[in-house]
Ligand binder design. Sequence first.
Ligand code: GH3
Ligand code: MG
Length: 308
Amino acid sequence: MPIESLRLLLVEDNDLDAMFITRVFERATVIDAQIERASSLGEAFEKLGQSDFDIVLLDLGLPDSNGLQSIRAIRERTTSIPIVVQTGDDRIETGFAAIEAGAQDFLSKHDLKDHLLTRLTVHAILRQRQMLELQEASLRDSMTGIANRRCCDIEFKRRSEILSHDGVPFCVGIVDIDHFKSVNDSGGHDLGDRVIRQVARSLRDTCRPKDLVARIGGEEFAVIFSDTTIDELGSLQQKHRRAIEELESLTEEIKVTVSIGATCVLASDDNRSAFQRADSALYTAKKAGRNQCRIETAIRPAINGQIA
Ligand code: GH3
Ligand code: MG
């Protein structure tokens, strides 16, 4: 991914150093850098809040912050923007400490040669972009484009922490395509894959923005219903089931339906125990004839205890 033009936030309180760095980028013919300068960390935060930047070039000795604190403060606000540190301190230990604190690279002010600075800047941006792309890909299911099991595990953990700290309830559900084997058997594996994508799209389009839909197995999906009590769960499940029942058939012979099992999550639950309950509700829905929703209600007394 070539970088022709980039937006750079230069955080530097020294006018001469700022002018020197600006000139380096003006002389660089391969890139067109638009530079905005902030003279303090406070001003840097203001500018980061106002517009998007591709990189922050950060001086470690600022009037309102010092050394590694500045890097950590920026990292607390955003993990995505690459930071290159330039420092008057020549010790290599300072540079490595900067990287440990969250910077992508470092450069001594005594080493500010044109090529070195521009190369370092471009490398930091490209490396960070690749890292974010990989991170994003590691959370997606490649066949359907929706979240994968890993992403579901992370979201479950996040929701559990919010439940424990703030008492915000949440629920989980498992959605399983009915008689999917017969889709493969009658229409082939490719048709099966198309049905899986169609169901994934429906779940994604039907869920609320605060919910998460993930593919957790071949024809099995998980839904994390955020900020949801067990009393709201039934209608949410039915909305998903109906949306899939009403999907346009891909072939005349195939009518796609799903069964859904769900449960409310307790503060004492972990991922496994919560999804085991949802799975047993799913089993009941399958046994009752499929194209149905069930909720694990055995935990109702425990929920009441949790709320009280
Ligand atoms: P039930 O209603 O009880 O859920 O029955 P089922 O046929 O849906 O369930 P079963 O577990 O017997 O079969 C699931 C099938 O899904 C078996 C497997 O070959 C198929 N499958 C798993 N992953 C994929 C996939 O990625 N693509 C396709 N096309 N088929 C898959
Ligand atoms: Mg199935």
